[in-house]
Design a protein around this ligand. Sequence first.
Ligand SMILES: [Zn+2]
Ligand SMILES: [Zn+2]
Length: 244
Amino acid sequence: MSIDLHVHTGLSPCAHKEMSPWNIIRMAQLEDLALIAITDHNTVANVGVVMQVGARLGLPVLAGMEVQTQEEVHLLAIFPDLDAALAFEGFIWQYLPDIPNRPEAFGEQILYDCEDGRVGQVQRLLLQSVELGIEEVGKAIVACEGLIIASHINRRGYSLVGQLGFVPPGLPLDAVEIDRSFLYERFINEYGGLGEYPVLRNSDAHQLTDLVGGFQSEMFMEKPDFEFIKELLRAGDRQWIRIG
Ligand SMILES: [Zn+2]
Ligand SMILES: [Zn+2]
């Protein structure tokens, strides 16, 4: 089953406004994805509606967030359910500086309803660092029973490797992510030190066409859900996870 654990909605100021619940679900189904996770920057405010539309159209959607830590590292947090994701958001927002978004400079932060209607905007700027170190963010994800995936580690900016160059000892990473264009062989050559972690490839979709191409990770699962993904990532045996 192909899965994509890194998809932004129009709530992320940097994402295209075509990233609405129906558009995302329909495009994911056209691409034969068996499951997606919604991971906007520092918020889960659109996750609930995308989950509802997914349930209506028959595509499982996981609740996630892409957190930006104090070190400017992006981490994907993937949760067992919406309540856990909301609890994490409640915690993290205490450390998200109360700086208003300037849509003309950074982009709109759009909230949708279940019919793709635009129902408002998040006022606080989402694309900024929370005032928490990476290990503290990691602890909070674990406390909410989430999985931790280091985003786009092959990029210089906003990645664990680019910003820190190492995995902090107190960060229980479940996986590392590489870009759609980055070959697995290159990962092995250049990031051999991260070989102990499972590698996933996700779209980091900011527009619909980012979902196209079938490069996402494949997992051999009985059922596309959080528990199977967690089991596969934490099992020592990697043969059940494949990336192109
Ligand atoms: Zn990112
Ligand atoms: Zn992203």
